[in-house]
Design a protein around this ligand. Structure first.
Ligand code: PLP
Length: 394
């Protein structure tokens, strides 16, 4: 007799962690559409639509704009392996986990990483970049994380960009968490190479990494002395598949491409500025609620990310810890919030309000759940006060 294995039934969750974020039903629906071949004229049309829509969110005219098959880290690796060769000097601004990850990839390219460390929880400021550049000789790139998801800090790219431009180095920017949630201006900031991900503020499942390369970056790739060390991520080959030639390189993730196109249609329907305003408003509302409970923000107000709230917990009763509280939110309320990473492990929470997760009712649902669990962990709460503080800001 044939038996049918029962399929995986995911529990119902409200995703308020550092990603993935909640996905709109229209995006889930797009994922269940029938497959077509990856060279089908209909699919090639969808690839062209993706390029056009990605240029719109990146705010760029860059021809070489597409989605790498892989998550945000694949986008990071794609930018670095294509631009760097053995011996190249690379300044990497490090104020959290993702700057560290870039440094690791730079070293694996056999390039020379020049990491410049900034304390966790602080943004990278223009003066930091000046100093990092003064300690380097002739860096080929300067790499920066716009929104450091491990700490919740936003670095002021608009102020940093002219400093990088003056140095002559290529500017590589990580916008995995910022894209679709706060202003990202690839052309105005003269960013040469930029990568992002789908599962943060674009609210699509993880699996693709939008990237864009400007003219100077393409020149640097063309002038390489050696082949790109990764076959899969070599943009000189991938661009022939995404460009007019349509030369097979690898099979594009068909269903994920449907999903990303739908997620980007949702972004267009809402409009970028309305979307940013929504992220800002819900952040301020959540911040007011969390502070009323006694949470303290890791980052100074002017540098806080709207989509990722990193907070120290109020003092808990002996025997209680942050992981236990997060587990209760998950088990009893179906709410996921993130814990700390690296230096902040066990010390902070990271509450994500990314894309579809940045909704007023979701902020209120988290605050109501906290009002129920915090007293059991020894935190005194005045009933209704956090919700009232949040409502006042909404
Ligand atoms: C999430 C994230 C990444 C890595 O993306 P994955 O999709 O997890 O591979 C890189 N940089 C930043 C800033 C991120 O937040």
């Amino acid at each position: 007799m044939m038996t049918t294995a029962s399929r995986f039934a995911p529990p119902s969750r409200l995703l308020l962690g550092p990603g993935p974020s909640d996905v709109h039903p229209r995006v889930l629906d797009a994922l269940s559409q029938p497959l077509v071949g990856h060279l089908d004229p209909a699919f090639l049309g969808l690839m062209d639509e993706l390029k056009r829509r990605l240029r719109a969110v990146f705010r760029t005219e860059n021809e070489l704009t597409f989605a790498v098959s892989g998550t945000g880290s694949a986008g990071m690796e794609a930018c670095l392996v294509n631009l760097l060769e053995e011996g190249d000097e690379a300044v990497v601004m490090v104020n959290g986990e993702f700057g560290r990850r870039m440094t690791d990839i730079v070293a694996r390219c056999r390039a020379q990483p020049r990491p410049y460390e900034v304390p966790w929880g602080r943004a990278v400021e223009p003066a930091d970049v000046e100093k990092a550049l003064s300690q380097a000789k002739r860096p080929k790139i300067v790499a920066l994380v716009h929104a450091e998801t491990s700490t919740g800090a936003e670095s002021p790219v608009a102020e940093i960009a002219p400093i990088v431009a003056r140095s002559g180095a290529l500017f590589v920017l990580d916008t995995v968490t910022s894209l679709g949630g706060c202003p990202v201006e690839i052309d105005a900031w003269k960013v040469d190479a930029c990568y992002s991900g789908t599962q943060k503020c674009l609210s699509c499942p993880p699996g693709l990494a939008p990237v864009t390369f400007g003219a100077r970056a393409r020149e640097a790739i063309r002038d390489r002395r050696s082949k790109v060390q990764s076959w899969y991520l070599d943009v000189t080959m991938i661009e022939k598949y995404w460009g007019a030639e349509r030369v097979y390189h690898h099979t594009a993730p068909i269903s994920m491409s449907y999903a990303l196109a739908e997620a980007l249609r949702l972004v267009e329907e809402e409009g970028l500025s309305a979307r940013f305003a929504r992220h800002r408003r819900n952040h301020l509302s959540l911040a007011a609620g969390l502070e009323a409970f006694g949470f303290r923000f890791v980052v100074e107000p002017a540098r806080r990310l709207w989509m990722l709230n990193s907070v120290f917990l109020p003092t808990l009763a002996p025997g209680q810890d942050e992981a236990g509280l997060r587990r209760r939110l998950l088990d009893e309320f179906g709410i996921e919030v993130g814990g700390g990473l690296g230096e902040f492990k066990g010390k902070i929470w990271r509450v994500g309000l990314m894309g579809e997760s940045s909704r007023r009712e979701k902020v209120l649902r988290l605050l109501s759940a906290l009002e129920k669990v915090l007293p059991d962990a020894g935190v005194a709460v005045r009933p209704g006060s956090a919700l009232a503080a949040a409502e006042q800001c909404a």
